[in-house]
Design a protein around this ligand. Structure first.
Ligand code: C2G
Length: 155
């Protein structure tokens, strides 16, 4: 498909919460970026996460700084609602919209405006899994006669 902006740059767009930045996030961003010349990430605001039924460990501003530090990411924009995707695709001249395949089919309506690609999720890692591991360590720590040894063992 011809590049939208005509400047030779193939522009990629994706969205997410990106809380407790982890390997699954990095691999999604790397593969999305590899599909073009620049990657734009719509980062869910704390208010929109409440709409999504998610409570973040890290507030928006910290998640934004982490994403902007990622070498695969060229621009971070706030995601404030479900409905902004069409205007974002048009306003930013997006060629390809990318999401992990846990969203497969959910954004096919964008196919009228750009390519839509769902990439396989990275197995065995998620923000929820990280929270679960931290809770487990906390339980071990609180029940241990030598809590500092628990921390060193998990360092
Ligand atoms: N992801 C992945 N592998 C994982 C975990 C996440 O590929 N093990 C992908 C997800 O499929 C998504 C991106 O990483 O494409 C960000 O994941 P989340 O932060 O969980 O994003 P989500 O809460 O699903 O928000 O409008 C879309 C929403 O904002 C998506």
């Amino acid at each position: 498909m011809a590049r939208r902006r005509g400047d030779g740059q193939r522009r990629i767009l994706t969205y997410g919460t990106y809380d407790l930045f982890h390997l699954g996030h990095v691999r999604l961003l790397a593969r999305a970026r590899a599909l073009g010349d620049m990657l734009i990430v719509g980062l869910s605001t704390d208010e929109f996460n409440a709409v999504k039924g998610k409570t973040c460990v890290m507030p928006f501003e910290q998640r934004r700084v982490m994403l902007e530090a990622c070498r695969h990411v060229d621009l971070v924009i706030p995601e404030t609602c479900w409905e902004q995707k069409q205007s974002d695709v048009v306003d930013h001249g997006v060629d390809t919209f990318v999401m992990g395949d846990d969203w497969a089919g959910k954004f096919d309506g964008l196919k009228a405006l750009c390519d839509v690609v769902y990439l396989p999720r990275t197995p065995d890692i998620s923000t929820t899994e990280l929270k679960r591991r931290i809770v487990t360590y906390r339980q071990l720590y609180l029940s241990s006669s030598e809590p500092d040894a628990i921390l060193q063992a998990t360092a």
